[in-house]
Design a protein. Structure first.
Length: 129
């Protein structure tokens, strides 16, 4: 469980966490967390192989990410559906990367109730290029 934590200024990844069951917005697996000023990804969402139905759908929700160099949140797992819900993503290299790691015709990547804000010249830290 990772809840109500702020992670800042780390190298590579702010959080590496499991998904929660799709549609379960009371889950406390990963919620109300903030990642900012990470040199890589704010959060990477993984499929939890001990969860039933993880092949059909994984979801992450209730997350804020800002000023992360590569992306605010990312997932590329062997599942039919990836869903990101109820997030605010500000000034990240790429805001959200929701990828389905399978081939087929019935897969989807969905972003629901996501607030995106673009990159600005305002800096809270200097990144080397």
């Amino acid at each position: 469980m990772v809840a109500s934590v702020e992670n800042t200024g780390v190298d590579t990844t702010g959080y590496t966490v499991f998904h929660h069951k799709c549609g379960d917005y009371n889950s406390v697996v990963f919620q109300n967390n903030i990642a900012h000023s990470v040199s890589g990804y704010g959060a990477i969402i993984f499929r939890n192989d001990s969860e039933p139905n993880n092949r059909q759908c994984i979801e992450a929700s209730k997350f804020i990410a800002y000023k992360n160099r590569l992306a605010g949140i990312v997932s590329n797992q062997a599942t039919d559906n990836v869903i990101f819900t109820n997030m605010t993503l500000i000034d990240n290299g790429y805001s959200a990367i929701a990828m389905v790691g399978l081939e087929g015709t019935d897969q989807s990547a969905k972003l629901r109730n996501i607030k995106f804000y673009g990159e600005t010249e305002a800096r809270d830290c200097d990144f080397e290029n």
